[in-house]
Design a protein around this ligand. Structure first.
Ligand code: SF4
Length: 150
């Protein structure tokens, strides 16, 4: 069996599951009753799988879960380890590490199932100088006078 496992997708893209379940209870949705509450995969395991996929030729990595923005909430964003270094089980750190892994392979990473509010928070956290989400309705704690729409 190849190192990246058996893939059912074409060689150039792959799905990377980072968690299972969901803590929300949208009235129309059966997923929480089928899959239960959010359970995040260890960040080290996720990053090792991503590296293996990139090394196998994947050019587009599709990050999936029921609620991608909630990654790590269930484990209180605890630190895991990747290549001997601590990495928080949190979306921002996961994105930073995936970007580093993708870059040498000319690959890109696409996040699925991220609510707009979480995208704004992530942008703000990863960009200390703003302009983060560029909207006047921004509620993030890192908002500064230089933010657009201030
Ligand atoms: S999986 Fe999506 S739609 Fe279903 S309860 Fe969670 S957030 Fe709501």
């Amino acid at each position: 069996m190849p190192a990246q496992g058996i893939k059912l997708t074409p060689k150039h893209y792959a799905y990377l599951k980072i968690s299972e379940g969901c803590n929300h209870r949208c009235t129309f949705c059966i997923i929480p009753s089928m899959r239960g509450d959010l359970v995040s995969r260890p960040v080290g395991d996720v990053l090792r799988e991503a590296r293996t996929l990139f090394e196998a030729g994947v050019k587009e990595l599709l990050v999936v879960s029921q609620d991608t923005s909630a990654y790590g909430v269930d484990v209180k964003f605890r630190s895991g380890f990747f290549d001997g270094r601590p990495v928080k089980t949190r979306m921002v750190e996961l994105c930073e590490q995936l970007a580093k892994l993708a870059e040498p392979h000319g690959a890109w990473v696409r996040l699925h199932y991220v609510p707009v509010s979480a995208r704004r928070r992530t942008a703000a956290l990863s960009c200390p100088a703003a302009p983060c989400c560029r909207t006047s309705t921004c509620r993030c704690s890192t908002r500064t006078p230089t933010c657009s729409g201030a």
